[in-house]
Ligand binder design. Structure first.
Ligand SMILES: [Zn+2]
Length: 101
């Protein structure tokens, strides 16, 4: 995807690819880095640096609206005790920027 983008813009080499990856999106940065290592060989991105911005996950209580770190998503709300919560942030998985030349 990044290679096509760079080619379409008349660039020859990708220097850095930056991704936003939320804690709750289900993608492990380590797996991402491994996949990147094997996918970039022989492409214009072979010397590119992969920068991953890990975005914190936030869970919001469905009863009182209190927000907390999504690491505690499974437990009851510390404010009201409700077990119902939703993910308010941390599902991001997007290409943030590509530096090419
Ligand atoms: Zn609550």
């Amino acid at each position: 995807m990044a290679v096509e983008f760079a080619r379409a813009n008349g660039r020859h080499e990708i220097v850095q690819i930056e991704l936003d990856v939320g804690e709750c999106c289900g993608v492990m940065p380590e797996a991402l880095a491994l996949g990147f290592e094997s996918a970039r060989k022989g492409t214009m991105a072979q010397d590119a640096r992969l920068a991953i911005n890990r975005l914190p996950g936030v869970a919001r209580c469905a009863a009182c609206g209190r927000e907390r770190a999504a690491a505690g998503y499974a437990g009851p709300c510390p404010a009201c005790g409700s077990a119902r919560a939703e993910i308010a942030a941390g599902r991001e998985f997007r290409l943030k920027s590509i530096d090419a030349r």
